[in-house]
Design a binder for this molecule. Structure first.
Ligand SMILES: [Ca+2]
Ligand SMILES: [Ca+2]
Length: 235
């Protein structure tokens, strides 16, 4: 188990305080600041605050069993969440900077089943982002991806078939069975089954955002430049 959320929270707090200290020190010396430096610091402070806020949001909700797992076929990172409802899992996925997984093709489906459906020797059905909560019968991905790839089990989706209330959230059956390994079923918002001895676990897919890291690097560069200017003034 990787307590990544706790690690991220620590980084956020340390980073937030160090950035705050820096700007507080600068604020105590208004006579040394030019308008340009003030503007640069405002930009840097906004960048740091945004970064810290994002990380803190992720730290508040995450319960991760595995990840990030990098899939070279998609270039994306994946997390296995602890078992909970679809809506709670999707909230955690958003906090991590992604969504419940969008299964774009058979190769990604195989990756998910082989990587997570028996993680730790525990049989696990897997939440995907596919749902028809907004419009019955119209399945969409929570990520907004328009992918039309589907891998329904025979007879699914059946929306409960009249035996259960509306079933709006799609899970992947684990491999090995007892249901059709790797195929999909619609389920209600709960993480359990009335007749099967395993639970459903969310899988998060996160698309790396190089532009965010670029902004972060820019922020670091600004702080380094400010400190160099300060050292030169003090010589
Ligand atoms: Ca995908
Ligand atoms: Ca439905």
């Amino acid at each position: 188990m990787t307590p990544r959320c706790a690690v991220l929270k620590t980084i956020s707090l340390d980073f937030g305080f160090s950035a705050q200290d820096h700007f507080s020190r600068q604020a105590r010396k208004p006579s040394n600041k030019t308008h340009q430096q003030t503007n640069i610091m405002k930009i840097a402070k906004t960048l740091f605050s945004s970064f810290g806020l994002l990380v803190s949001t992720g730290a508040a909700f995450c319960s991760i069993l595995d990840g990030p797992v990098y899939n070279p076929l998609t270039g994306h990172n994946y997390y296995l969440l602890d078992t909970t409802s679809w809506t709670a899992s999707e909230s955690q996925a958003i906090a991590l900077g992604g969504h419940l997984v969008t299964v774009n093709d058979a190769a990604e489906n195989t990756f998910l089943v082989s990587t997570f459906s028996n993680f730790g020797g525990v049989t696990r059905a897997l939440w995907t982002g596919l749902n028809d909560a907004a419009h019955e019968g119209t399945f969409v991905w929570s990520s907004g991806d328009p992918s039309l790839y589907r891998n329904w089990e025979r007879g699914q989706p059946d929306n409960g078939g009249g035996f259960y209330p509306n079933l709006n959230y799609v899970n992947i059956w684990p491999s090995p069975g007892p249901r059709s390994p790797g195929q999909w079923d619609d389920h209600d918002n709960s993480n359990t089954f009335p007749d099967l001895p395993f639970n459903i676990y969310g899988v998060v897919e996160v698309v790396p955002e190089p532009t965010s890291m670029g902004l972060f690097a820019l922020g670091l560069g600004i702080v380094v430049a400010l400190r160099r200017q300060k050292l030169q003034r003090n010589r």
